[in-house]
Write a protein of this length. Structure first.
Length: 118
C-alpha cells in the first residue's frame, strides 16, 4: 500500500528502496514500544519541582493537581512543591494532599513539601 501511494506521487527510486527495506526489516516497532519511548522522553524533561509563591489559592490548587496528575502519568515517584513557610497556600496544602489517592507520603520541610507518589 505504501509503495503504491509513493509511486503515485512519483517517489524517487531511493525513497522506494528505503521503504522496501523498512517494510521488509525484521525489526518491528509496536505501538506500545513507541508510547513507552515517548513517555521516557517526557519523563526526562518533566520538572520535578514547582514553586507556588505568588499564586492565588485557586491557581495553586489547580497547579498542584495538574502537576501531581502529570507526575503520576509519567510514573515519577518523587516531586517537590514549594508553598512558603506561612500563608494561605501553606495552611491548606495538607488538606489538598490528603484528598489525593496517589500520594503515599508527604514530608514538610520548611516552606516546601516532598511528595512521594504511589
Amino acid at each position: 500500500m505504501v509503495l503504491k501511494i509513493m509511486k503515485e506521487r512519483i517517489a524517487t527510486t531511493e525513497e522506494i528502496d528505503l521503504w522496501k527495506r523498512i517494510l521488509n526489516s525484521p525489526i518491528r516497532f509496536s505501538i506500545e514500544l513507541i508510547k513507552e519511548i515517548k513517555k521516557e522522553n517526557e519523563r526526562e524533561f518533566f520538572q520535578r519541582k514547582i514553586d507556588l509563591h505568588g499564586y492565588t489559592i485557586q491557581d495553586a490548587w489547580n497547579t498542584t493537581n495538574d502537576f501531581l496528575n502529570e507526575a503520576s502519568r509519567l510514573d515519577i515517584k518523587e516531586v517537590v512543591i514549594v508553598t512558603g513557610k506561612s500563608g494561605k497556600i501553606n495552611n491548606e496544602f495538607n488538606a489538598w494532599i490528603n484528598f489525593r489517592n496517589d500520594v503515599s507520603k508527604c514530608i514538610q520541610k520548611g516552606g516546601s513539601y516532598k511528595i512521594i507518589l504511589k
